[in-house]
Write a protein that binds this ligand. Structure first.
Ligand code: SAM
Ligand code: SF4
Length: 342
């Protein structure tokens, strides 16, 4: 029987050493994926043995422990969250925290390929918004970036999500020489369909078999180019995350910039991440982590788990130290984005 928040014995908010309240948990439910995006994975990835993964029940218990400590937003990610077997069981059980009012939002980040199958069910479980990652609208380029992906399926997934009443935000990684000329078309397409678009700088996570300098396109350059073409109006809209938003006057839509390299916003960080094996990363850009699987499995009560969470949050670092330049082409951290889910 799944636990409700009131069954946990503590209700102390999670506050880190820099007085930041941790209210957002991102959960990588699998490290596997049906794509192999060039900036995220190498072509031949070694995935975790399935036996190492937390079960869906354990993932639920872990998420619920964080909800009991004041987390108001949960994002399921991966790898590709919608390829985890039984994922809808987890979404369904976590939705009880939406119904009880303990959680404001249950959402996910997906590559969109499985949305034709799952969009309706997600909406039925109380999911209201999702992020879909899409870097290009050209089928051949899409195949080159994702190595294995099929653009038609993703577009069908976005159609299904919108038809189910889900709000969709598109995330696109800006890639030098790959999609940099396509950014205006992506803006016009997304805004034309009533979707926000957020551009992301490539981050130096994991060895992906090619140089990061070849991929990295500073968004300061993209923004300057876009300003020649569009009127970008700064807006105060914030989601508590690292994105900063503008309104594009010509389209009436919202455009976000996530700029961990050219400008970081760690001072307002409200989030931590757990992997599918129950490792807690207090910062996306640092190696330090805490094992929550051991205390989770050590007892059915949540005392040990709670203590381990407290101990980890007390070590949350001030921020990341990402740099990509000629002298820094190695990953800042060795794990791939698919481990912590971005
Ligand atoms: N598979 C899902 C997807 O693609 O949306 C969820 C996981 S994916 C790791 C989450 C986000 O991280 C995607 O938007 C992806 O484009 C982004 N991403 C992956 N590797 C990245 C990197 N090295 N730098 C910046 N963004 C990255
Ligand atoms: Fe898969 Fe998402 Fe990584 Fe692409 S970015 S390989 S879709 S996990």
């Amino acid at each position: 029987m799944a636990q409700t928040v009131s069954e946990f014995d503590v209700r102390r908010p999670l506050i880190d050493p820099f007085a930041r309240a941790i209210t957002y948990l991102r959960v990588s439910v699998t490290d596997r994926c049906d794509f192999r995006c060039v900036y995220c994975m190498s072509e031949n990835m070694n995935f975790l043995p399935k036996a190492d993964l937390l079960t869906l029940e354990e993932l639920d218990r872990l998420c619920s422990a964080f909800v009991a400590r004041g987390v108001r937003k949960l994002r399921l990610t991966g790898g590709e969250p919608l390829v985890r077997r039984g994922i809808m069981t987890l979404v369904g059980s976590l939705s009880r925290h939406l119904e009880s009012g303990d959680l404001d939002e249950l959402t996910l980040t997906t590559n969109g390929s499985q949305l034709p199958k799952y969009a309706r069910e997600l909406a039925d479980h109380g999911v209201r918004r999702i992020n879909v990652s899409l870097d290009t609208l050209e089928p051949d380029k899409f195949r080159a970036i994702t190595r294995w992906g099929d653009l038609d399926k993703v577009i069908a997934g976005i159609d299904a999500a919108q038809a189910a009443g889900l709000r969709v935000k598109i995330n696109a990684v800006a890639l030098k020489g790959v999609n940099e000329d396509e950014i205006p078309s992506l803006i016009e397409w997304a805004h034309g369909r009533g979707m926000e678009l957020t551009l992301i700088e490539v981050m130096p996570l994991g060895d992906v078999g090619e140089g990061r300098l070849d991929q990295y396109l500073p968004l300061s350059i993209v923004r300057a180019r876009l300003s020649d073409r569009y009127t970008l109006e700064d807006i105060a809209y914030r989601t508590g995350g690292p994105a900063r938003y503008v309104r594009v006057a010509e389209t009436g839509g919202t455009l976000g910039f996530i700029t961990p390299l050219t400008h970081n916003f760690c001072e307002s960080c409200n989030r931590v991440r757990i992997t599918c094996t129950g490792t807690l990363y207090m910062c996306l850009g640092q190696e330090d982590a805490a094992d929550l699987r051991t205390p989770l499995r050590a007892s059915e009560a949540n005392g040990l788990l709670d203590a381990a969470i407290d101990e980890a949050i007390a070590r949350k670092p001030k921020g990341h130290d990402f740099i990509i330049d000629r002298r820094h082409q190695r990953p800042a951290v060795s794990r791939h984005m698919s481990v912590t889910g971005g």
